[in-house]
Design a protein around this ligand. Structure first.
Ligand code: NAP
Length: 458
């Protein structure tokens, strides 16, 4: 039999998910010394995952990796198979029958829970849905957020919290030329939010803001950042964390908070107040959110391993709007072992393993669904290199028989009545979005409904 990974018997790999980790895995496979053909499955008609629907509209530079992904997608041995949901339209078993290997790169699609009373009150939302909504993700297009409230609270002090804060703190004039979804811009134009509280369960040294997300918290044109100076007192373990050479992010965050604590009062129309060492313990309200109860914490443990423990002292803060921005969480896909506690696909260095710890041949995972929702876009590159490395090492054990790839599923797609969206189709959607944006001075006006996207392909 012809060796696997040659012209006459190419290695056929299905990559599931079209975000950064999926594209980086594809890039490494295409550059390998084997002849590989990659079919990338995506449940939406649009590629690029969180770079399209997670990166904040006011950070267009962060979307530049799309230029790299576009180049990868134009390779001869790459096929985009959009508008096909693996686990729903087609099963993992069907995919396995048609490919030598599968790489799951499906990211982390939902959010962690606070598990406190009142979490589901009207007015309490997840950052995930807000981010999806302002970025025009079809799943969140129909959501509405009560922006008639004056006081908003964001739980969590990571980069997503910074994104959400800016979207609430910026004026429509500051946002209107970004690629923010039209429905979000219209709703934000009516926003009454004037006070934003960003709550961290640990101290200023443990805030997770980085790069631009940190810097811009101090550069908001119409929103004053406020930190109470006494909130910057830190315990010895936190001071040791700041002394650590590798922790420049921690030092930069604390320096920023210090600058907020000493700035003179301004006349800016909005305020953003940072709280540290406070955990939400209850959301209160009769029919909707009216108040949050925050418990004061102290930190215990070694530097970099400190955890927050409640002190039994409480602060009640009236608020009508709340976003939980405490991290994403992966969603299980039928037929793939899932670690429910961590919200990731069970794996050993990228090789998917069953509950007994046995590796399942030909099944791999990369990105947030492999390691959890950490790191920036570029972090996924190294992760995908490692996963493809594992795949290449295993190649000698693969069954070298020829498999058809997507051609083996064509009849199945027809039977399902699914309009498969290929990369050329996406380029049509892309150019129409760009055209729609031009009269408004926007980089693009996204289609936010799948049916709109498909209608231009008819
Ligand atoms: P994150 O960075 O993990 O931050 C989550 C925040 O929520 C932390 O402050 C965490 O505090 C807090 N938290 C977690 N569980 C909590 C609980 N039960 N109660 C109260 N607070 C809780 O997550 P993220 O902001 O969602 O970001 C996800 C990833 O995307 C990060 O790697 C981030 O850097 C990346 N991202 C990058 C960009 C960019 O580069 N432009 C933009 C957006 C997001 P503890 O520290 O105490 O756990």
């Amino acid at each position: 039999m012809e060796a696997l990974g040659t012209e006459s018997n190419p290695l056929r790999v299905a990559v599931i998910g079209s975000g950064p980790s999926g594209f980086y895995a594809t890039e490494v496979l295409l550059k390998s010394d084997r002849h590989a053909i990659i079919d990338m499955y995506e449940r939406l008609p649009t590629p690029f995952g969180l770079v399209r629907s997670g990166v904040a509209p006011d950070h267009p530079k962060l979307k530049q990796p799309i230029l790299v992904y576009d180049k990868i997608a134009r390779a001869d041995d790459f096929n985009f198979i959009g508008n096909v949901s693996v686990g729903k339209d087609i099963t993992v078993t069907e995919l396995r029958q048609n490919y030598h290997a599968l790489i799951f790169a499906i990211g982390a699609q939902t959010d962690r829970k606070l598990n406190i009373p009142g979490e589901e009150l009207e007015g309490s939302y997840t950052a995930t849905e807000f981010v999806g909504w302002y970025n025009g993700h079809p799943d969140y297009r129909a959501r509405s957020f009560d922006l008639s409230q004056e006081v908003a609270v964001i739980i969590g002090q990571g980069n997503v919290a910074s994104d959400v804060c800016r979207m609430l703190a910026k004026t429509v004039d500051e946002l209107k030329t970004t690629d923010i979804a039209e429905h979000a811009l219209e709703a934000l134009a009516e926003s009454k939010v004037r006070e934003i509280h960003i709550v961290g369960r640990r101290g200023p040294a443990q805030a997770k803001f980085t790069g631009k997300e940190r810097k811009e918290l101090g550069n908001l044109q119409h929103c004053e950042a406020i930190v109470n100076p006494s909130d910057l007192d830190m315990n010895p373990a936190s001071l040791a964390e700041l002394d650590d050479k590798g922790n420049s992010a921690g030092r930069k965050n604390v320096d920023l908070f210090k600058s907020f604590s000493s700035q003179p009062q301004s006349t800016k129309s909005r305020r953003c107040v940072f709280h540290f060492l406070r955990s939400p313990v209850e959301l209160r309200g009769k029919e909707r959110l009216e108040q949050i109860v925050l418990e004061k914490n102290y930190l215990e443990g070694e530097p970099f391993k400190q955890i927050a423990t409640g002190m039994g002292e409480y602060l009640e803060l009236d608020c009508g709007l709340l976003f939980r921005s405490i991290g994403y969480r992966g969603v299980a896909i039928p037929g793939v072992p899932f670690d429910d506690q961590r919200g990731v696909i069970r794996n050993q260095d990228g090789r998917i393993a069953n509950d007994a710890g046995e590796v399942i041949p030909g099944m791999y995972v990369t990105g947030w669904i492999k390691r959890g929702p950490t790191g920036i876009i570029g972090t996924n590159r190294a992760d995908s290199v490692a996963t493809v490395d594992a795949l290449m090492k295993d190649l000698q054990n693969f069954d070298p028989k020829q498999v058809p790839g997507a051609a083996g599923l064509a009849a199945r797609f027809e039977q399902l009545g699914v309009r498969v969206v290929n990369y050329q189709d996406w380029l049509k959607i892309d150019s129409q979005e760009i055209e729609r944006g031009k009269p408004k001075g926007k980089q693009r006006e996204k289609f936010t409904q799948i049916k709109e996207m498909l209608s231009i392909l008819e």
